[in-house]
Design a protein around this ligand. Sequence first.
Ligand code: 13P
Length: 254
Amino acid sequence: MAIHQRPVFAANWKMHLGPTQATAFMDAFSVAVAASASDRTFIFFPPAISLAAVRARTQSRPDFRLGVQNVHGEEKGAFTGETSVGMAADAGASFVLVGHSERRHVFGETDAQVAQKCARIEAAGLTPVLCVGEKIEQREKDETESVVLHQLRAGVSAMSDQAVREMLVAYEPVWAIGTGRTATPDDASVVHRVIRAALGELVGDGAHEIPILYGGSVNAGNVASLLAADQVDGVLVGGASLDPAGWASICASR
Ligand code: 13P
């Protein structure tokens, strides 16, 4: 599902907000954000166990989209604790975070697994949000560009060009996630331009349609300058997306 309304405000709740808290969040957020705001896109990535609760509150809001934080690369099977793409779609998800730094670096997810997941997500008719980003030691060794491009090319390697044109990419430097250290708008732009150029090599002009989100310690104080940066089409936010009033005020920025 291609995204046309920008900026994109994507909330990754990680392992926070169970069904009761998620319902309360959506009730408060829906009041705070007017339904007429059709000049931007909101995507919620609750924990899988809270999907139904969030879905119940998004059905009257076509501007609120729903995603899952992870899926398994296989279609189905004996994979205790995992979520399949089919189940995610059935539960109302349209988007899937893939290759998030916590999946890569806490759970050891490889580029090959990320690629398999992206292909599986495409086959299920869902849209991947492919996350890429360098660690601090890689940045210090000037490897940011090569790390990000490698993750990007590997991630989309089993996808069709058309699905790539409709996907989203999130640049999340690992050193900026949950640390309070944000990339400067210029730092973000440099990497976003590299990603855009690589997408252009892959799919031609359609690359301009692909939203590239920035993530990593985005908050109410820095969101406007990040959104104003060249090639930044939206934000993917963890900690600052957990409070409905705070998230609503961030989502009012552009
Ligand atoms: P924080 O906004 O908490 O730094 O997390 C960013 C992130 O990982 C979003 O996916």
